[in-house]
Design a protein around this ligand. Structure first.
Ligand code: FMN
Ligand code: ATP
Length: 288
């Protein structure tokens, strides 16, 4: 999968010369609604024998418009790109979201980023908005397509348990510690990536089979508590617990009686998959 990083204005630089299908949205989490949209977009692309591109934005508009610089993600950009590659996306256009880009009128977005980039088919969800003050929506695309060289497919709302599947809902479930409900919307358990570290007090750490887990990327973290998790590193996958004491979102504790001892000072990249929150206890239960 090709990844192109674009900055507004393109200044005459046309990144794509051949016709292609373009799906649009932020896609945090690449949840079941997003996955359905990508599958439908891929079907259109296959039928028309075209490549499938996705235009996403970085950072999230709220970081720029609302100065929400502490915004957290279900899938930080690198994880989002990994997820997308599994849905037959041929190319991702990562559009740098700036105030200048946000102020682009909807008709100019169409001129500069749909027509100029040779997208001949646009795919967007029913509630996608774009352009200054959200003046563009799917009806705007439909009308514009009547007099321009592109077609439009609008994806209807996907729901689970009467709720619209949305990144906002999944972020809320994670924050509230309801990680066991996440797969109904995300299509899989919530995962975060980070690296293991020995705590300063090596003796205590060996007693408890525990390790510090450092999270560098801006992941949404479940609220403080004890969580049943699966830890994957190297070619190993083991069961254990993640203890989030609440003092620091980017530094938590991993516990497992199956954790290999790493040499002091060595860091190991790990993926932690959340299953469910368990009653908080002073001593960590053993999961056999
Ligand atoms: C040209 C353009 C201008 C935008 N301006 C704003 C804006 O002023 N405020 C905002 O919150 N989002 C803005 N957006 C973001 C969209 O409304 C939308 O949130 C974003 O494209 C992600 O959509 P999604 O969350 O529905 O996937 C803009 C998007 C585009 C393409
Ligand atoms: N449940 C859904 N059903 C159909 N289309 C969806 C659904 N959720 C998102 N989409 C579409 O997928 C694209 C990316 O969506 P977006 O990133 O806004 O997801 P979201 O889950 O609605 O996010 P947020 O909760 O932050 O608004 C957009 O075109 C959007 O309309």
């Amino acid at each position: 999968m090709e990844v192109l990083y674009l900055t507004h204005p393109l200044n005459g630089h046309v990144a794509i010369q051949e016709p292609h299908v373009m799906a649009l949205g932020f896609f945090d989490g690449v949840h079941l609604g997003h996955q359905y949209l990508l599958q439908q977009a891929k079907k259109v692309a296959n039928k028309k024998k075209l490549k499938l591109s996705v235009m996403t934005f970085h950072p999230h508009p709220s970081e720029i418009i609302k100065c929400e610089t502490d915004r957290k993600y279900i899938t930080p950009l690198s994880s989002k790109l990994e997820e997308m590659s599994q849905f037959g996306v041929d190319r991702v256009l990562v559009m740098e979201f700036t105030l200048l880009f946000a102020s682009l009128p909807a008709s100019e977005f169409i001129n500069q980023y749909i027509i100029n980039l040779h997208a001949t088919h646009v795919v967007a969800g029913f509630d996608f908005t774009f352009g200054c003050k959200a003046q563009g929506n799917v009806d705007f695309f439909r009308k514009a397509s009547l007099s321009n060289p592109f077609d439009v497919t609008v994806i209807p709302k996907r729901i689970t348990n009467d709720n619209k599947i949305s990144s906002t809902l999944i972020r809320e479930l994670i924050s509230e510690g309801d990680v066991h409900l996440v797969p109904y919307y995300l299509g899989k358990h919530y995962e975060i990536k980070g690296s293991s570290h020995y705590p300063k007090d090596l003796f205590i750490c060996q007693q408890l089979n525990s390790m510090e887990f450092h999270i560098q990327e801006k992941y949404v973290m479940p609220k403080p508590g004890l969580y049943k998790v699966e830890i994957a590193y190297g070619d190993r996958t083991i069961q254990g617990f993640l203890k989030h004491s609440g003092s620091n979102d980017s530094r938590v504790e991993l516990n497992s009686n199956k954790l290999d001892r790493l040499k002091e000072g060595n860091h190991q990249e790990m993926t932690v998959k959340f299953f469910n929150k368990v009653a908080y206890m002073d001593s960590i239960p053993i999961w056999n």
